[in-house]
Structures are given as C-alpha cells and as structure tokens.
Write a protein that binds this ligand. Structure first.
Ligand SMILES: C[S@@+](CC[C@H](N)C(=O)[O-])C[C@H]1O[C@@H](n2cnc3c(N)ncnc32)[C@H](O)[C@@H]1O
Length: 223
C-alpha cells in the first residue's frame, strides 16, 4: 500500500482495545512466533520492527531482552505506542517514518523484524526497497526476519474478492469500514512465500524458511 494511503488508513483505524499491547489477542499472536524470536534475541540486542503499529511486538521483544525500536508511518499508532511506553516505563522507542527511507544509521541493528503479515502493506517494488534499507541498517551479523502468510495457501487458491485483484500490480483493492468513522480504501498485496523469497534472495545470502502452521511462515535472511 502506498505510504500515505497506509498512514491515512491506520490513523483512522486507531488502536482497538483487543489489539492493545499485552492483550489476550496480542499475546496469542506473539506466542505464534515466540520460540523463533527467543532463539535470536540476546540481552540488549538492538532490534528494529518495521510497521510496528501500536508496538505490541516491540514491547514483547523488549521483554525478551532486546532494546526495541519501532517505525511506522501512521502517527496515531506511534503516539499510542509512545504513551504506552511511558505508562509501563519501557525503554522501547517509536519513530514515525517511512520504511522505504528509514532515518537510521548504517549497521545500527542486530535484528530487523517485519512481522504480523505486515508484508501485505508493500508492493513488490517496495519490498525490494525495504530489503535494501533493512540490509543497510543491519550489522554484518544481522538477521532480517519476516512472519507472513502464504496467501495462495490461505485462500486455498480462491478469493471472494477476485474482481478487485490487479494481475499487473498484485494489489487487492478493498474498502474497509471502520465502525463509527467511515469507509476507507485498503490495498493489500498478494504475497506468496516463493515471491518473497525471490526478492529476499537479491539482497541476502542465506534464506531459511520454516512453515509454522498450515498457512504461516517464518523467514530468516542473513547477509
Ligand atoms: C497490519 S499493520 C501491523 C502492525 C503491527 N506489526 C502489528 O502486527 O500489530 C501494518 C502497519 O504497517 C504500517 N506501514 C504501512 N506502510 C508503511 C511504510 N511505508 N512505512 C512504515 N510503516 C508502514 C501501517 O501504518 C501499519 O501500522
């Protein structure tokens, strides 16, 4: 999704109570990838979460011992995450910015995470840019980690919204109604693991893919 459209959509969507950091639902989502994260995160590891939203994963990474930084293009969620961090005396920091042009120094992070199927926000060209940026901000020993759904498996080869799918861009155009606020465009992109791997391979030397359940995957990319 284009950065301004994403920011507009997520600013309007705000943060649902059930999606707040440490809520039952957030804990369930983090538990899905916990063992993979715990294997990589060491004490004081500098981690970056791209598209961090309200920070639920970044706060969980902090609890695992990391020094977390989250970046997101929507100011509502970044402000929410900053307020939440203050309330719980967290050391996590949250930056409003574009993942395609990140305001971080070269080699600043041990791990970059793109989790919660956030890959669907990005077009194929944009993931190329995002990989370039992730590579730049990672230390030589760093890891780029992606948790994503394979949408072909997810939909069993079918999708009810097929008329809104563009075979040229891979975008699936939808309108989402946010209760009490209005209807906003939402453009997800169709991603499979094979497509992602094809792009990751251009930027990273080693790609390890694990199928975590029927439709979900954990991918570690190393320089
Ligand atoms: C599906 S939400 C996931 C949020 C969070 N990872 C989670 O699972 O709770 C995707 C997030 O990516 C952010 N996003 C989309 N495009 C972005 C971009 N170009 N740069 C930074 N953030 C972006 C959106 O604002 C949104 O908060």
């Amino acid at each position: 999704m284009k950065t301004e459209i994403a920011a507009d959509f997520y600013n309007n969507a705000g943060v649902l109570k059930e999606d707040a950091p440490f809520s039952e639902r957030s804990t369930m989502l983090i538990n899905r990838i916990r063992s993979y994260c715990e294997e990589l995160i060491f004490t004081n590891a500098k981690i970056l979460e791209i598209g961090c939203g309200n920070g639920r994963y970044s706060f969980a990474f902090e609890k695992m011992g990391a020094i977390s930084t989250g970046i997101d293009c929507a100011d509502t969620v970044i402000e929410y995450a900053r307020d939440f961090a203050k309330q719980i005396n967290s050391t996590s920091t949250f930056i409003m910015g574009d993942a395609l042009d990140m305001p971080f120094m070269d080699k600043a992070f041990d791990i970059v995470f793109l989790v919660g199927n956030t890959i669907v926000e990005f077009s194929y060209d944009d993931i190329d840019k995002l990989c370039e940026q992730s590579r730049r901000v990672l230390k030589q020993t760093g890891v780029f980690c992606v948790a994503m759904n394979d949408m072909f498996i997810h939909w069993n080869g079918k999708h009810h919204d097929i008329n809104n799918y563009s075979y040229e861009s891979g975008q699936i155009l939808s309108n989402y109604t946010i209760p009490g606020q209005g209807t906003y465009p939402y453009h997800a992109h169709f991603w499979t693991v094979a497509m992602a791997k094809c792009i990751f391979k251009r930027h990273f030397r080693q790609i390890d893919i694990k199928q975590t359940d029927e439709k979900r995957f954990w991918i570690e990319c190393r320089l």
